[in-house]
Design a protein around this ligand. Structure first.
Ligand code: SAM
Length: 275
C-alpha cells in the first residue's frame, strides 16, 4: 500500500511526496501541524498542509535567510527572529559568535515542541543560553520594541492566517522602528514565478521605508517553483558591497561568500519585479 502527501502549491499545481510514516499530527490553536517522514525529502514539518521545511533541503533556506544579513551588518549583537518555530534560523544565527542575544518570537508554541521532539537536527540550538523564546505574535512584539534589534529575520508561513500581517507595509514600518539606526531586516517573500505581484508590492513598500532595499534568490526544492526570494531592507549597509574576503568561515552547506554575491544576480524576469 502507498500513502502520499499532496500540497496544493497553487490552485492549479500539486506536489506529492510518498509517505513512509506519519510521525505526529495535531491541531494547535493556530494551525494543523504534522511531522511526516517522506521517501524523497526525509522528515518534514507541514502546517495547514503546506511544507515548511524538510531534513533534506532545510539548510538552503535557513542559511540563506540568516547569513546574508548577519554578514552584511558590521556588528550584529541583538537579533530578533519572528516565526521560524522549527529552530533552523536560530541554529544558523548561533554560528555568529559576535551575536550576544537572540530573541525568538513564535506565535505557536506547539511548532517549537514538535520541532524539538521530531526534528532535532534543525531545532538543536533552541536551548542555547543566548536564546530567549517568546510565544507571541511577532507583529505585536515589534510594535512594543523600538530601537532594539540590529537584525530582524522574518521566517514566516505564507501570507495567510496569522502570518498575513507580516507582509504588510504597516508591519515593515514597525520593523524599521524596532531596528537600531544601522539595522537590517530580511524576510522570506515567496516564489518569483507564482507570487510576482506580492514581491513587487513588498519591494515597493520596503523601498519607501528603507534606503537600501534589495532582493536575492536561493533554490529550495520543496517550495513552490523551487526558486525562492528573500527581501532585505537595510538602513546603512549594502548587502551587495560586503568585502567577501573578510567574511567569517561559517560551517555551511549552501551559503558561501561567493553565493552571497551571486544570490543578488537576478534573472531579467525577476529584475522586472523590482521596477
Ligand atoms: N520556512 C518556512 C516557510 O517559508 O514555509 C516557514 C517556517 S516557520 C515553521 C513559520 C512559522 O511562522 C510557523 O511556525 C508559524 O506558527 C509562525 N508564525 C506565523 N505567523 C506568525 C506571527 N504573526 N508571529 C509569530 N510567528 C508566526
Amino acid at each position: 500500500m502507498e500513502f502520499w502527501f499532496t500540497e496544493d502549491q497553487t490552485k492549479d499545481l500539486r506536489i506529492g511526496c510518498r509517505i513512509l510514516e506519519t510521525i505526529h499530527s495535531e491541531i494547535t490553536p493556530y494551525q494543523k501541524l504534522a511531522v511526516i517522514n517522506t521517501a524523497q525529502f526525509g522528515r518534514m514539518l507541514v502546517l495547514d498542509n503546506v511544507i515548511q521545511t524538510s531534513i533534506m533541503d532545510e539548510f538552503v533556506y535557513h542559511e540563506m535567510i540568516t547569513h546574508v544579513a548577519l554578514n552584511t551588518h558590521v556588528n550584529p549583537k541583538k537579533v530578533l527572529i519572528i516565526g521560524g518555530g522549527d529552530g533552523g534560523v536560530v541554529r544558523e544565527v548561533v554560528k555568529h559568535s559576535e551575536v550576544e542575544k537572540i530573541v525568538h518570537v513564535e506565535i505557536d508554541g506547539k511548532v517549537i515542541e514538535a520541532a524539538k521532539k521530531y526534528l532535532p537536527e534543525i531545532s538543536c540550538a533552541l536551548d542555547n543560553p543566548k536564546v530567549e523564546i517568546i510565544i507571541d505574535d511577532g507583529i505585536k512584539h515589534v510594535k512594543e520594541h523600538k530601537n532594539t534589534y540590529d537584525i530582524i529575520i522574518i521566517d514566516s508561513t505564507d501570507p495567510v492566517g496569522p502570518a498575513e500581517g507580516l507582509f504588510s507595509a504597516e508591519f515593515y514600518r514597525s520593523v524599521a522602528e524596532a531596528l537600531t539606526e544601522d539595522g537590517i531586516f530580511v524576510a522570506q517573500t515567496e516564489s518569483p514565478f507564482f507570487n510576482a505581484d506580492l514581491i513587487t508590492r513588498i519591494q515597493k513598500d520596503v523601498s519607501l521605508i528603507f534606503p537600501i532595499t534589495d532582493l536575492y534568490l536561493a533554490n529550495v526544492p520543496t517550495y513552490p517553483g523551487g526558486l525562492w526570494t528573500f527581501t532585505i531592507g537595510s538602513k546603512k549597509y549594502d548587502p551587495r558591497k560586503v568585502e567577501i574576503d573578510k567574511l567569517p568561515d561559517l560551517k555551511t552547506r549552501f551559503y558561501s561568500p561567493a553565493i552571497h554575491q551571486s544570490a543578488f544576480v537576478l534573472p531579467p524576469f525577476v529584475e522586472d519585479l523590482l521596477k
